[in-house]
Design a protein around this ligand. Structure first.
Ligand code: F6R
Length: 589
């Protein structure tokens, strides 16, 4: 959803900006650009394409000056064109702006500005430099102009501005889009994510909605009335090299292989906090889990765990739909929001509404200091380090691990549960080794298939959904997951000779019924891929899974499906880390 970066320091800005943008590319990769201030001029380069391509055709590294801003784009308003790439400028090209978010009222602002200002892009962003220009022409300083401009904007944004009139500084502000400031003795940064500059410093400050930061030799924070506020730097414990590929071809593979370690790290929680949260859940009249995409599938597994281990029923609502249920949310409601990024706009919006209605909010988040973490009453962190591949993999198993911890605590069985959970990790490791070659061959075998179906029952139903989501998002193949029992209520009509049907059927109390559903597809010609501990005559292909207790099955069934999607993407010539049209942190609604 776009990444922004700003740098002020002793050395040339451009190399730092390019390096930081590389770390932000997971947020958007359809175009890139930077602008620096030097000798009374804005120097800028921008174009469409991934950062590497843009660096290949434009001398981004060579832009002069010690102050600069940069951007990687995930298009919302306007096509993917050079004119729409950031930075954007005012009429005199004295001001440059990079922006993440959506200015909802840009059309009205643009119409009002158009009598005096010349627009060259189709973006919502371009109104910002022109607004700043208006205020600076009327005598405002850069920070006053940014403050006044931001008061005109509706929607969500984080933006950073530079001006030749005040060449030593960057002014940045945010509302509902992330912005973090980092600093060491020689250089200061602002960015959408601390990962951007983690190689330089891990001392950070997160900006609150409406706050401004003025980055120059000193760093000043202002509130939304322009009054100075004191904010303390704190250290984040992520290491920058966790965000490098460390020899792997793709982040996604590295992150799948990190899953056992991710589970172990997720178990490192404060027991007192777990107990408080478990009691909170048990005592709540109504518990609603809200999340999007893969995080929602983790929540669906969590719902089974709450019910099976602790007899606590709860609902799971897609975050983008949650706000429409706000009539039923009140002070007796406990909302559990699950989001690896902690910045997903739909989740934030739903949680805000729920809080307005008096609900208590717990969250499960990976990114320390993210918006969701800061607005929650209690937070459990995934602790699995940065996930860079756009497809969520290790964060999914970490979220599952947190649901296990909460459920075991609710059932007063945390020690036994922890022991059993940790015993799953080596089984995942062995299983990856066992299946790796087989899944590559399977991806080859099915490379001409463009419709996949995934079925399962019970606790694995959400894994069927997740397997299908992974396949479609990185391979661009149509894939649907559903409870096996639902097939015959419509989808069966789509099964033809050779249609791959992935049947997740561990040998538990759902086995016989799921196999019966697999038979129904086979009778229509399906190519049945079975995931089970043992093979079965109905399987055309068999992916072995380790024999584990029923409640832990999602941890072992999901990994082969992630690998199948990964190899299918490679077989079809796709980049699994940067699937088309998607970005990792979905900060727009
Ligand atoms: C799929 C994927 C997305 C995210 C979804 C929610 O692989 O990554 O479906 O799960 O956008 O993101 P978070 O968890 O950051 O709220």
């Amino acid at each position: 959803m776009c990444g922004i970066i700003g740098y002020v320091g002793d050395e040339a800005a451009a190399p730092f900006l390019v390096k930081a943008l590389k770390n932000l590319e997971y947020r958007g990769y359809d175009s890139a650009g930077i602008a620096t201030i030097c000798n009374g001029k804005v120097c800028a380069e921008k174009d469409v394409g991934k950062l590497e391509q843009v660096c290949g055709t434009h001398d981004l590294h060579g832009l002069p000056g010690n102050v600069g801003i940069g951007h990687v784009r995930w298009a919302t308003h306007g096509d993917v064109t050079q004119a729409n790439a950031h930075p954007h400028f005012d009429c005199k090209r004295q001001i440059a702006v990079v922006h993440n978010g959506i200015v909802e009222n840009y059309q009205d602002l643009r119409t009002a500005l158009e009598c005096n200002h010349r627009f060259v892009s189709q973006t919502d962003t371009e109104v910002i430099p022109h607004l700043i220009e208006e205020y600076m022409d009327a005598g405002a300083s850069l920070e006053q102009a940014v403050l006044q401009a931001s008061k005109q904007l509706k929607g969500c944004y984080a933006f950073a501005a530079v001006s030749v009139k005040e060449p030593d500084k960057i002014v940045a502000t945010r509302r509902e889009s992330p912005l973090v400031v980092g600093s060491n003795a020689h250089r200061s940064f602002i960015a959408s994510d601390a990962l951007a500059f983690l190689e330089e410093t891990n001392r950070v400050v997160f900006l609150e909605d409406g706050e401004l930061v003025v980055l120059s030799k000193d760093i000043t924070f202002l509130d939304n009335d322009g009054k100075p506020v004191k904010k303390d730097f704190k250290e984040v414990d992520w290491k920058w090299d966790q965000a490098t590929k460390q020899g792997y071809d793709y982040f996604m593979m590295k992150e799948i292989l990190e899953e056992p370690q991710a589970i172990r790290r997720a178990t490192m929680q404060d027991r007192k906090l777990l107990l408080e949260m478990a009691i909170g859940i048990l005592r709540s009249k109504q518990v609603v889990i809200t999340a999007c995409g893969t995080s929602r599938f983790a929540a669906l597994v969590g719902r089974y765990l709450f019910s099976r281990l602790a007899g606590k029923f709860c609902d799971v609502i897609m975050a983008s739909e949650f706000q429409y249920f706000s009539d039923s949310v009140d002070r007796n409601t406990l909302v559990i929001a699950v989001s690896q990024s902690g910045e997903t706009a739909d989740v934030i919006q739903g949680v805000k509404r729920a809080k307005e209605n008096g609900a208590t909010v717990y969250s499960m988040v990976n990114t320390v200091g993210s918006s969701l973490a800061r607005m929650s009453d209690s937070v459990l962190y995934l602790n699995c380090g940065p996930e860079i591949g756009v497809a969520a993999t290790k964060t999914f198993v970490s979220q599952l691990a947190l649901f296990y911890l909460l459920s075991f605590t609710m059932a007063n069985k945390l020690d036994d549960g922890l022991h059993d959970l940790l015993a799953i990790c080596p089984k995942i490791e062995e299983n990856v080794t066992k299946n790796n070659k087989k899944l590559q061959i399977l991806a080859q075998k099915t490379r001409d298939k463009n419709d996949f179906y995934y079925i399962a029952r019970g606790i694995n139903f959400a894994i069927a959904l997740e397997g299908a989501l992974k396949m479609k998002e990185i391979s661009y193949v149509h894939a649907e997951g559903m409870p096996a029992g639902e097939l015959k209520h419509g989808t069966l009509a789509l099964i033809e000779r050779g249609t791959p049907v992935v049947v997740v059927c561990p040998n538990d109390y759902t086995y016989e019924e799921t196999i019966a559903n697999a038979h129904e597809t086979k009778a229509r010609g399906a190519f049945v891929i079975g995931l089970s501990e043992e093979t079965h005559p109905i399987f055309d292909d068999w992916v072995v899974i380790p024999d584990v207790d029923e409640i832990f099955q999602p941890l072992v069934t999901v990994v082969p499906l992630q690998l199948l999607a990964y190899y299918s993407a490679l077989t079809r010539g796709r980049d699994p880390d940067k699937p088309r049209n998607l970005a990792k942190s979905v900060t727009v609604k």
